[in-house]
Design a protein around this ligand. Structure first.
Ligand SMILES: [Zn+2]
Length: 122
């Protein structure tokens, strides 16, 4: 009898993507670390979840999820990393420029001791 690579063993056990523990394929959650499996993988490990987190909440800190995600290929992880770092750098520069413009606007006002807007424009 020829042993198929897909033996009974493989059909009855699965490996948790997060901790490597042996679980059964029908388990929705790992019995060791309680992480969701398959379609129960948490939303923040999915593409749209990572994008939403980056844009709306975490910024560069969402890289933690990028690198822990079982759903992203190594290439996708690098692509996300590059995109998030570039966006962060752009944002920092923008804020820095705003700050420069803001302090350039603010300093004359502080120094002149209540100068008018007419003074500022000149
Ligand atoms: Zn696990």
């Amino acid at each position: 009898m020829v042993q198929s690579p897909y033996s009974m063993e493989d059909l009855t056990t699965a490996v948790c993507w997060a901790c490597g523990g042996k679980i059964s394929p029908e388990d929705n959650y790992c019995r060791f670390c309680a992480k969701g499996q398959g379609k129960y993988i948490p939303w923040y490990y999915k593409h749209w979840g990572i994008i939403a987190l980056t844009v709306m909440a975490m910024g560069p800190f969402s890289l933690i999820f990028v690198w822990k995600s079982p759903l992203l290929s190594r290439r996708a992880k690098w692509a996300y990393t590059a995109a998030i770092l570039a966006a962060t750098w752009y944002l920092v520069l923008t804020i820095y420029n705003w700050w420069l413009a803001f302090s350039a606007f603010l300093c004359p006002m502080m120094n002149s001791g209540g100068g008018t807007f007419g003074n500022l424009i000149q």
